[in-house]
Write a protein that binds this ligand. Structure first.
Ligand SMILES: [Zn+2]
Ligand SMILES: [Zn+2]
Length: 294
């Protein structure tokens, strides 16, 4: 299992990779464009190549892109759907330039059209996107807290979408976010409960399809359908459950990436020393496991 975090880039992607390695990351996630904008940047190909090379040299593996939040492949509205396809297609192409192995995206909201219609819509969108993008970049569906009409909060839902895409099995996988699991009502509070959640995932999707685990704590209640991330130990998800999820024997192939708030000073400058401690904390959850196994 390789541990890393989502890194802010402030348009300096090479520096983000260097900082990630300095604070102890073995893997990295970034946004390739403004997460709340439809229009991606133009140019920047040389920067992408420099980032890919730096990540390789620093052994940051995998490189993961998080797609913009606006993307909604389940959208019943035609213009919204087309814009979502265009932006996610761009993100996968950019992923190839950045040396990314995975692009993670949120499955979106059917906005009242119904779960089945929403899943069909997502599958149609994915078919168009994957037929036009480099085969080396995989698309990962991230689980959701399930607020409103959003899809992806249940494993059945994620499995239903993948089942509609048999031709692209090797280009599609899943990203599980621990705060989203919690928000959606999946109890991961104890070792037993967490292992039952993994059993359920395995039965419906197969653990080999899980490629990325977003390791986040949250202060929101189990089943609250709220998506607010907290640093490890600063929320209410018990450490016992998180440690059980990180049990390397079941998820050895999975990259663990934190998306926790980074501490900043009065000038809004990141406290990387503090965050290095957070990465160490996550690694410790893993090593406690190893000692446990022996
Ligand atoms: Zn996400
Ligand atoms: Zn996440």
């Amino acid at each position: 299992m390789r541990i890393g975090r989502h890194m802010p880039t402030r348009s300096k992607i090479v520096q983000a990779a260097i900082t990630a390695q300095q604070i102890g990351c073995e893997a990295i996630q970034i946004f390739a464009s403004n997460p709340t904008a439809w229009r991606p940047p133009t140019g920047g190909e040389a920067d992408c190549a420099a980032f890919a090379q730096t990540a390789r040299e620093l052994d940051l593996d995998p490189v993961v892109l998080h797609a913009p939040y606006l993307i909604n492949l389940a959208a019943p509205d035609e213009s919204n759907w087309e814009k979502s396809i265009t932006l996610l297609t761009w993100t996968l192409k950019r992923g190839a330039l950045l040396g990314a192995r995975y692009v993670v995206f949120h499955t979106g909201s059917h906005r009242g059209a119904g779960v089945e219609a929403g899943c069909q819509r997502v599958a149609q969108g994915i078919t168009r996107i994957l037929s036009e993008t480099p085969p080396e970049v995989m698309l990962l569906l991230e689980n959701d807290v399930g607020a409103g009409h959003s899809l992806g909060h249940s494993f059945e839902n994620l499995a239903a979408i993948l089942a509609l895409l048999p031709a692209y099995q090797d280009r599609l996988g899943i990203c599980l976010d621990t705060a989203h699991l919690w928000g959606a009502g999946h109890d991961i509070s104890t070792a037993l409960a967490a292992s039952q959640v993994l059993d359920q995932f395995d039965a419906l999707l197969g653990l080999e399809r899980l490629k990325v685990l977003h390791l986040n704590d949250t202060e929101k209640a189990l089943g609250s359908h709220r998506d607010v991330h907290a640093r490890l130990g600063e929320g209410i998800i018990p450490e016992e459950g998180l440690r059980a999820l990180l049990d390397g024997s079941r998820l050895e192939h999975v990259a663990v990436l934190m998306e926790t708030p980074i501490k900043t000073d009065e000038q809004d400058k990141e406290d990387w020393g503090h965050d290095a401690g957070e990465i160490a904390k996550a690694k410790n959850l893993l090593s406690t496991n190893l000692t446990h196994d022996i």
